[in-house]
Ligand binder design. Structure first.
Ligand code: AHG
Ligand code: MN
Ligand code: MN
Length: 308
């Protein structure tokens, strides 16, 4: 039998290892909650709205609290920006210098209907001698040390991109440990899928409508409605995901700091690309923590030849 390779944190420097440990421990707790959702009265909404004026689900808040607690315990995280928090959370530890932007629960509309959801993390370093302020979180995506996501799906998987490439780990629920399942992932050269919310077609500009008409001729449509799960499928199988701006959402819907940046960092390390239609996502100078951005991400040849 093949020897199991556990998620080996010794490959990373000790600070990053501690951040990744926090993410893996948090996601194991969340996976357990998801698998018992209605049994623990975790379905549905809190009845409140977040800073984006979006309905906040019970699991959004639970995931937010679990990851904040794990990052606090790690003592290596100085500041966390989060979809669910108007302002960043700051921890005062003497050894802490990692800065995290996170979407603790991506795909909230799929929580209560048994469809894949996930968590997304961008990981930056404070600069040497940097005096931390809210602006410290507004670093360009290219400056990420690493990024990671978890998909709670048919199995629970964690994908990590760092200088060492892109690796995928599967959660062994019997042993509460992530085991290496795919190493040095690259997006397959042949694109199979395109992913877009067709319900918005009438609101797209003519250029986008024409591009989608071209995609339609060649590729199969797949759209889950959880960015992280759509991205994961396209990463493994070959595909492009697009959430363009439209007449209802003039800046797009997805968030630069905790959706577009972490996933574009992974896409680029896997040989793909993330753009907003005119600029590489990773080169954009962020203005605010919760800013929205159009996103085209996946196989670079398709994005460069058809979509922009
Ligand atoms: P979140 O649940 O973190 O608010 O993100 C939802 C996002 C993203 O996951 C998904 O790709 C997109 O919303 C789907 O939007 P539509 O329902 O408009 O297609
Ligand atoms: Mn999201
Ligand atoms: Mn979310």
């Amino acid at each position: 039998m093949e020897l199991k390779k556990f998620l080996d944190y010794s490959k990373f420097d000790s600070g990053l290892a501690s951040v990744l440990t926090a993410i893996s421990q948090g996601s194991i707790l969340i996976q357990k909650k998801i698998s018992r959702l209605s049994l623990e009265n975790l379905e549905g909404s809190t009845g409140t709205k977040n800073i984006q004026n979006e309905d906040v689900k019970k699991l959004d808040i639970l995931a937010n609290n679990i990851f904040l607690e794990k990052f606090k315990e790690s003592e290596n995280v100085a500041m966390v920006g989060c979809e669910e928090l108007e302002n960043p959370e700051t921890f005062n530890h003497s050894i802490s210098n990692f800065l995290i932007n996170m979407d603790p629960l991506d795909g909230s509309s799929n929580i209560d209907v048994g469809v894949n959801i996930g968590s997304i993390f961008g990981i930056w370093h404070a600069k040497e001698n940097e005096k931390l302020s809210e602006n410290s979180l507004l670093k360009a995506g290219r400056e990420q040390i690493a990024s990671a996501y978890v998909v709670y799906g048919s199995s629970t998987v964690m994908v990590i991109a760092s200088q060492k490439g892109v690796q995928c780990f599967i959660l062994d629920t019997q042993n509460n440990a992530f085991i290496l399942s795919k190493s040095n992932i690259t997006i397959p050269g042949k694109c199979k899928y395109y992913s877009v919310n067709y319900g918005n077609f009438q609101y797209f500009n003519t250029n986008i409508q024409n591009s989608i008409a071209k995609l339609q001729k060649t590729y199969s449509l797949r759209y889950i409605g959880s960015l992280v799960a759509d991205f994961h499928r396209n990463l493994l199988e070959g595909g492009v995901f697009l959430y363009p701006k439209d007449s209802k959402n003039p800046n797009g819907k997805l968030r630069l700091m905790y959706e577009a940046n972490p996933l574009s960092f992974i896409a680029e390390r896997a040989g793909g690309i993330g753009t907003n239609g005119s600029n590489n996502i990773l080169d954009i100078k962020p203005k605010t923590l919760h800013e929205r951005i159009p996103l085209f991400i996946g196989n670079s040849n398709v994005i460069e030849n058809i979509l922009i």
